[in-house]
Design a protein around this ligand. Structure first.
Ligand SMILES: [Zn+2]
Length: 125
């Protein structure tokens, strides 16, 4: 599907992550972008950066900047690893670091003022 490629590009999702699905809900005015990890590249502990065996996966959600009037929610299946020292931890996700506008959904209302831009009216010359 083209939407998956489009969202991969605009969100900067790169291997070993990929957009597995994009779901549009007109009723909820929401776009959900589902992201998965290929699991091909070994995962590492996010604290000590040691390669660790996989443990399981957890579903985590982030609120990204809106796509027009639609709320954009990233839903990722994040691998957890079992580190001998730091126990079971979810691995780092690149979009949470690189995109300052991305917020975990557990912190609603954190997208405010300066980060949000009103669409501008375009004038014909
Ligand atoms: Zn560790």
């Amino acid at each position: 599907m083209r939407d998956k490629k489009l969202y991969s590009r605009i969100l900067g999702i790169e291997t070993p992550w990929f957009v597995s699905d994009v779901e549009l809900s007109l009723q909820a005015q929401q776009v959900k972008v589902f992201i998965e990890h290929t699991g091909k590249k070994g995962c590492q502990c996010r604290v000590c950066a040691k390669p660790c065996p996989g443990y399981d996966h957890i579903i985590q959600k982030w609120r990204h900047l809106d796509t027009c009037q639609f709320q954009t929610i990233l839903v990722a299946r994040v691998p957890r690893v079992q580190c001998p020292e730091h126990k079971v931890l979810a691995i780092d996700v690149p979009w949470a670091d690189q995109a300052p506008d991305t917020q975990p959904c557990s912190k609603p209302g954190s997208l405010t003022g300066s980060k949000r831009q009103q669409p501008r009216l375009l004038h014909d010359q």
